[in-house]
Design a protein around this ligand. Structure first.
Ligand code: 5GP
Length: 179
């Protein structure tokens, strides 16, 4: 893949502006109540770090690691829980933070896991990006930053074969240019 072929979809400024808006919305909703923010590694790392800086309630950060891509550019259809160790979330406000909801299989896996294991006070799902057109489940994020088309997105946590997570912006490649 040639990085020069990457077309910018969301600039650093657009991303940061939208994250602040999401943070403001969440501050209103939680109204000072404690929150457990669960970052879904690796893709959501940048978004999580920037989002929690805008949250003003008592907050604990947890990190879990799921994978479904096996290094390719489309989901394998099977979600692997690489590390899903979590503290006792009974009676807690849980905010799951994801990079992108695509088919929704990862989100569904995670929400089912939480429902089976805990009676939370509230469970909210936040994703920076929402690829609604690719959905194979009935999952809708409670919060999302931007709706996107069915393109392969790279940057700001989203990788191509492990690379480019460190970009400050989100770009895309035409699928024909990916190989
Ligand atoms: P889902 O389970 O909703 O199909 O996909 C969720 C995961 O697939 C995301 O957390 C992300 O890791 C990966 N994914 C989905 N779409 C894209 C994309 O356009 N680019 C990249 N780099 N990863 C994606």
């Amino acid at each position: 893949m040639n990085i020069n072929h990457l077309k910018i979809l969301f600039s650093e400024e657009q991303i940061q502006r939208r994250i602040k808006e999401l943070g403001d919305e969440m501050n209103k909703f939680y109204n000072g109540e404690e929150v457990y923010a669960i970052c879904v590694l690796k893709g959501a790392v940048m978004f999580t770090v920037d989002l929690v800086k805008h949250l003003n309630m008592p907050l604990k950060m947890e990190f879990i690691r799921l994978s479904s891509y096996n290094g390719g550019t489309s989901t394998s259809g099977k979600v692997n829980a690489v590390d899903i160790s979590l503290p006792d979330l009974n009676g807690k406000n849980v905010l799951i933070i994801e990079d992108i909801v695509d088919t929704g299989l990862t989100a569904k896996f995670l929400l089912d896991f939480l429902n089976c294991n805990f009676h939370t006070k509230s469970t909210k799902f936040c994703s920076l990006l929402d690829k609604k057109v690719s959905r194979l489940t009935d999952i809708e994020p409670d919060y999302y930053g931007f709706e996107v088309d069915d393109k392969f997105l790279i940057g700001y946590g989203l990788d191509y074969d492990g690379y480019y997570r460190n970009l400050r912006y989100i770009g895309y490649m035409e699928k024909s240019e990916l190989e």
